[in-house]
Write a protein of this length. Structure first.
Length: 465
């Protein structure tokens, strides 16, 4: 058994060899809490949750660190706009992120450090970089000297001669415009902390290098995050950590974006879909299925149609589970997943290929049910549950169903099936087949449901007893 992962730094798929046999250490760049999370933000958490679950299934002891960036320019700007303390903006949105992670079934991080809780570690790292000739103080700020580090830009594969660092208002004293800030001198009305070089606040990149060093040491296995973080954030993290003397991460893993109309989902573009709103429209387990089952290196183009397709696909899985549960007590997950599923997951976390194995097993289970082979159906159910468990998608697991009775264990299946029926009714209405449309509505009414048509589409509720 060898897990293979695509390493952004090497630009190829590599065999995973842990630094310590039987253990895996992962640092994931988590939330920058200037706003509530949209589904693009939460995708990263889901992708690395599956990675973590797969390592655990393969027998590794996993340490998973996911940081919180609770101080940056946008947080300060929003605090000034809303006349609120800067920390209240971060705290409110940190809770929103944690709610999103929990709602969509992410396991809690081993450690989830906040940047502002690690100023001493940042001061220590800056002191070491200055002593080694890789950083300098100017006008109360501290900058990293990019020309002092030969390996700079190897992660993002750029040429230093072509580099243009993002410029920041009020930054002074740089020796080279490409140097980046480790520490920013204090400004009126902004939060600040005391350092040997004056009061100020940390730069974004320094925060993560210092926290990774504290919780995972000088070397760890995997550094993860969204594709948009490769430059400048991860490039600068890597440079300052290596220049400080750390070996830092052995593998760099990046997930792709969720896009809308071909653009990265972003609050600034006004095209984001908040997790808190999405879970009002879609069952959380369906939203997890939609966001986590494409390959982590593939873009997801958001659309209502794609979400409905995901809902229908997951309904087929749930429908099989329900039919087996109706005939026999629900079996526990199998001790091992099928070999084809394991092979797919070992190959760069090939979730789409692994999902195909799940659907094949579901078809085999349905065939067993049709042949009245209860034993065969239960065996397939156990395999499906084992595979879904690795993906965090087992609807019979307490994570989703709670300690419920069999009849409640798949709550929401009816909701999904009714939506499918309403889609058929809408299709009939579109082709002006009023007889069929009315017949579907009447059947739903006889089943105890009330259907109301609105500009936003058909809505249904259960008729009161």
């Amino acid at each position: 058994m060898t897990i293979r992962l695509y390493d952004t730094h090497a630009r190829q798929i590599r065999d995973f060899v842990p630094l310590t046999p039987g253990r895996v250490s992962i640092y994931l760049c988590g939330a920058t809490v200037q706003a509530a999370p949209h589904i693009g933000h939460i995708r990263s958490g889901l992708n690395f949750d599956i990675m973590r679950r797969w390592f655990s299934y393969r027998g590794y002891d996993v340490t998973f660190v996911r940081n919180v960036t609770d101080i940056d320019d946008k947080i300060i700007h929003k605090a000034a706009e809303q006349d609120l303390p800067w920390w209240s903006i971060g705290y409110e949105n940190e809770r929103a992120f944690n709610s999103g992670y929990d709602t969509l079934g992410c396991l809690p991080a081993t450690y989830e450090p906040r940047a502002t809780g690690h100023i001493p570690e940042m001061i220590e790292m800056m002191r070491g970089l200055i002593e080694r000739g890789h950083a300098y103080e100017a006008d109360g700020s501290v900058y990293f000297d990019v020309r002092s580090f030969d390996g700079y830009l190897q992660l993002s594969n750029q040429d230093l001669a072509d580099l243009r660092q993002p410029t920041e208002k009020g930054i002074t004293g740089k020796r080279d415009p490409r140097d980046f800030a480790l520490w920013k001198a204090t400004k009126p009305g902004e939060p600040d902390w005391e350092t040997p070089w004056g009061r100020g606040r940390p730069g974004w990149h320094l925060e993560c290098s210092a926290m990774a060093h504290k919780y995972l040491g000088e070397a760890f296995d995997i550094h993860g995050g969204g594709l948009d973080l490769v430059f400048p954030h991860h490039e600068n993290e890597l440079a300052q950590a290596k220049a400080f003397g750390d070996d830092f991460a052995s593998y760099w893993i990046h997930n792709a974006w969720v896009t809308m109309s071909g653009e990265k989902m972003s609050k600034s573009l006004g095209n984001s879909v908040l997790v808190s709103e999405m879970v009002k429209q879609w069952r959380p387990i369906v939203l997890r299925y939609y966001l986590s089952t494409p390959h982590h290196r593939s873009m997801i183009e958001y659309s209502e149609e794609a979400l409905r397709e995901a809902e229908s696909a997951f309904a087929r899985i749930e429908g099989f589970l329900q039919r087996v549960v109706d005939k026999a007590p629900p079996a526990e997950p199998a001790a091992e997943v099928p070999p084809a599923f394991a092979e797919a997951m070992d190959d760069d976390l090939g979730v789409p290929q692994a999902l195909a194995v799940i659907h094949t097993t579901v078809r085999q289970g349905n065939a067993a049910l049709a042949a009245d082979d209860k034993e065969g159906a239960v065996a397939r159910l156990a395999e499906v549950r084992a595979m879904l468990g690795v993906l965090g998608l087992d609807p019979l697991d307490a994570q989703w169903a709670g300690e419920s009775s069999q009849g409640e264990a798949l709550q929401g299946v009816v909701d999904t099936l009714v939506r499918l029926v309403l889609d058929q009714r809408e299709a009939a209405r579109s082709r002006k087949d009023w007889v069929t449309a009315d017949a579907i509505r009447d059947q739903l009414t006889r089943s105890g449901l009330v259907v109301e048509d609105s500009d936003g589409g058909a809505r249904w509720t259960r008729r009161p007893n």
